[in-house]
Design a protein around this ligand. Structure first.
Ligand code: CUA
Length: 346
């Protein structure tokens, strides 16, 4: 089983570095971390410098332990106003500077979310964390109502010279605490049961950005992977249009495909998964309406290809041990029908 999909991807897809930001909140965090590390390094050098100077200059003169030099008391200093003032004022000043820059960074990272309005090119998505996958409810884009649901791969538009295209996420949880973290786009923000958080990012770099749930949430926490696909604006429009459509219906003349669909609808799959436009209405698992348009399965764990889809449906516990989808021990013919139907969900 291939668990190292990320390691096999192109360089840009593997990039999880906070030092290569592609969005204003991530840039603000990197600048702050450089500044704090710089100040800390300066303090370290000063303190260690004084320490080594003192060690070298005042080291024991050696010789007899009872000699007059070693027995003599060092000069006794009873305070110095200048030094007292200096070592109170300097740290206070440093802390004050840090408070100011941290406040400014918070300001940039936690931008107040504006009301959607036409012409703002802003995307609003509600993210719901589940053990161990991500649900995305597309609310609106450029003040157009969307209202469809997808899972695990978040598509967003890239900003360009003509306009910024900010993405505002509303973060919720269906079960336990999770944390949304795509290091190149923004800092971590938790998804907390019974509480709503918000975050934002925007980028002018099309491509795939990866991330990871950053709050321990159970057995498969480490495999609760994030993929954010940044599309060119035109491409994003096409994606939106396609995702908003209900599931593809098998052609009237294609008896095999219709049988496969009928067989799928009789399985327990429909209790947990929704396929829009059909009687599959479950809400516990990921929406499957356009399953085949996704690059990966099982929240980014394996590539979405015929072979892995079969392994996943046959026994999810082999692919993602502990995940909440059980193996239904389908008969080979049932498995074939389910796979055949899923493959039509383009
Ligand atoms: Cu979800 Cu860790």
């Amino acid at each position: 089983m291939d668990f190292v999909l990320l390691a096999n991807g192109p360089e840009s897809v593997r990039n999880l570095s906070i030092f290569d930001p592609a969005s204003p909140p991530a840039e603000a965090i990197r600048s702050l971390s450089f500044l704090v590390a710089g100040i800390a390094a300066f303090i370290f050098i000063v303190v260690e410098g004084v320490l080594f100077y003192a060690v070298a200059k005042f080291r024991s003169p050696g010789g007899d332990r009872n000699s007059a030099v070693r027995q003599a008391e060092p000069p006794q200093v009873y305070g110095s106003k200048a030094i007292e003032i200096a070592w109170t004022a300097a740290p206070a000043l440093i802390v004050f500077i840090l408070v100011l820059v941290v406040t400014r960074t918070l300001w940039e990272v936690e931008r107040t979310r504006p009301e959607p309005k036409a012409g703002d090119h802003a995307l609003y998505v509600t993210v719901i964390g589940h053990q161990w996958w991500w649900e995305y409810v597309y609310e609106s884009y450029d003040d157009r109502r969307l209202g469809f649901v997808t899972a695990n791969e978040l598509h967003v538009p890239a900003s360009d010279k003509k306009s910024d295209r900010p993405v505002y996420l509303t973060l919720k949880s269906a079960d336990v605490c999770h944390s949304f973290w795509v290091p190149r786009l923004a800092g971590k923000t938790d998804l907390i049961p019974g509480h709503t958080n918000e975050m934002w990012f925007q980028t002018d770099k099309p491509g795939t950005f990866v991330g990871q749930c950053a709050e321990y949430c159970g057995t498969q926490h480490a495999n609760m992977l994030l993929r954010v696909v940044v599309d060119e604006p035109d491409e994003f429009e096409r994606w939106l249009k396609h995702e908003a459509e209900p599931a593809a219906e098998p052609a009237a003349g294609d008896a095999a495909a219709r049988d496969a669909k009928a067989a799928f609808m009789q399985q327990s799959c429909v209790k947990c998964h929704r396929v829009r436009g059909t009687t599959a209405y479950g809400k516990f698992g990921p929406d499957l309406t356009h399953l085949m348009s996704r690059q990966t399965l099982a929240a980014g764990v394996v590539a979405n290809d015929a072979e892995r889809l079969r392994q996943w449906v046959a026994d999810p516990q082999q692919v993602k041990p502990g995940c909440l989808m059980p193996a239904f021990k389908l008969e080979p013919s049932e498995l074939e029908s389910v796979i055949k139907y899923l493959a039509t969900l383009r």
